[in-house]
Design a protein around this ligand. Structure first.
Ligand code: PLP
Length: 462
């Protein structure tokens, strides 16, 4: 499999090469040249690891099959993900299910992709006798998921920027209490978008990037997108009565990594409809309804109860546009030039997602709280505010008669304040996480300044 850039000016690369890179050298994102087609009938009843192997093998065709098999079986264990099912599908009532993706070590769906990603990276680096310095930004869940994935990996070092005081208490504790020689928590005086901007700027310095061997684990990393395809296939096979029947997936969306994976699954032959679910930061919803993609200014980004979806721009969105314009990089370049000039581009088409059965909707903060309450009353379970966004919207799609599967992206214990506001009490802290509050934190405060971050990296790389 070769990977090509959405901007068309970088050389095509193999999986192992793009595994260790962030953006392509032309500023674009890597996409597979073709979409491998799945034989769904042969996967019916398969285990999570078997589905993972069959989804990932064609993408990672320069990784020996036995290596991939080892990585997948050592990553997706009952120990690591709380059950042999890895991503259980829980029916709440006929026609409505919760796809439980948040049972990994950091209680967010990001573990499902970051755990194998770090193992794959380590394999590729060991082979070359190289190290990689991962630079990333987090609004909460990516940071801890990346840290727990990188922990103990000798070839990987992590520099993770997080916005000071803007993550939940649980998220902060989870990340900041890790005390590992290869993990650096850089706490930024600014917002998540400031963090992301700094990461972008540091990466734009090609010399620095090369000298300090910078890599990325944010959702623009293709291996992450590919790993997330797995649970859509796995869940579909359980949710569909017959292979070929349509199933609707409602996906809480921020940077458009998770929903993009659903789209890739669809292109690989999964008969699904995708509902992109946003909170009040509805950049994506606006696009799918109107065809206008308008990046928000920092001050326009609302602080909501689902912070992982409080985004100004969706970093993976360019990948979908690439396909929507029939993979013509000139059109992509023109659109992003327009975007940097005017802050928006007009795709010139309503229902832009229609060819691929992608629709969208957004929710208000009040609806999120209300949904957490209703779900608790009706089904006796507590869902987190991100999941609640998709639950509210998913409910509306039941009228079409297809099974609706809502992706659960985090455990409610990560968002204690919101759960207390909705229910009057907090979600129980899962076993094994009670002691976090007593551990000391390990962080470095830093300004949202690329030069300062470069200096820190230079001083902590040996
Ligand atoms: C990261 C995250 C999201 C958003 O996922 P994207 O892939 O960025 O669209 C939603 N919910 C939770 C809990 C997350 O951690």
């Amino acid at each position: 499999m070769r990977y090509i850039s959405t901007r068309g000016k970088a050389d095509p690369k193999a999986f192992k090469d793009i595994l260790l890179e962030g953006l392509a050298s032309d500023g674009g994102l890597y996409m597979p040249e073709t979409y491998p087609q799945m034989d769904l009938n042969s996967l019916k009843g398969a285990s999570y690891t078997d589905v993972a192997l069959s989804v990932l093998a064609p993408f990672a065709d320069d990784v020996p099959f036995w290596v991939l098999r080892n990585i997948v079986t050592e990553t997706y264990t009952a120990d690591n993900f709380c059950s042999r099912d890895i991503a259980p599908l829980k029916w709440l009532e006929p026609g409505l299910a919760l796809l439980q993706l948040a049972n990994g070590p950091t209680l967010a769906f990001k573990d499902l992709a970051l755990q194998p990603l770090a193992a794959l990276m380590e394999y590729a680096l060991e082979e070359k006798s190289e190290n990689l310095n991962i630079l990333g930004a987090t609004s909460g869940d990516t940071g801890s998921a990346a840290a727990y994935a990188v922990r103990g990996k000798e070839c990987l070092r992590l520099f993770m920027l997080s916005p000071y005081g803007r993550m939940s208490r649980f998220q902060q504790m989870q990340m900041y209490t890790l005390n590992e020689p290869n993990i650096h928590n850089l706490v930024v005086n600014g917002t998540f978008d400031d963090c992301q901007a700094v990461v972008k700027e540091v990466n734009a310095d090609a010399d620095f990037k090369k000298q300090y061997k910078l890599g990325a684990v944010n959702s623009i990393n293709w291996a992450r997108i590919a790993a997330q395809v797995v649970y859509y296939v796995y869940a579909y096979l359980k949710a569909a009565k017959r292979v070929g029947d349509k199933v609707v997936f409602a996906v809480p969306s921020g940077n458009f990594g998770n929903a993009l994976s659903a789209y890739i699954a669809k292109r690989m032959g999964l008969p699904i409809a995708i509902v992109v679910c946003t909170n009040e930061n509805d950049v994506l919803d606006e696009f799918f309804r109107t065809g206008i993609y308008r990046v928000r200014k920092g001050v326009e980004v609302k602080v909501t109860s689902s912070p992982s979806m409080d985004i100004a721009a969706a970093s993976n969105f360019e990948r979908l546009i690439f396909d929507l314009v029939e993979r013509d990089p000139r059109v992509v370049i023109a659109a992003w030039e327009e975007l940097s000039k005017n802050g928006e581009f007009d795709f010139g088409q309503l229902d832009a997602g229609a060819p691929y059965d992608i629709t969208s909707s957004s929710t208000t903060e009040e609806e999120v709280l209300d949904t957490i309450r209703k779900v608790h009353d009706k089904y006796k379970i507590i869902i987190d505010p991100h999941t609640a966004v998709a639950m509210k919207i998913g409910e509306d799609y039941r009228q079409f008669g297809y099974p609706v599967v809502v992706a659960e992206t985090a455990q409610p214990a990560k968002f204690a304040d919101t759960i207390r506001e909705a229910l009057g009490f907090e979600a129980p802290v899962p076993a094994g996480y009670e002691g976090l509050a007593d551990l000391p934190e390990h962080t470095t405060r830093i300004d949202p300044d690329a030069a300062a971050v470069k200096e820190f990296i230079a001083a902590h790389v040996n």
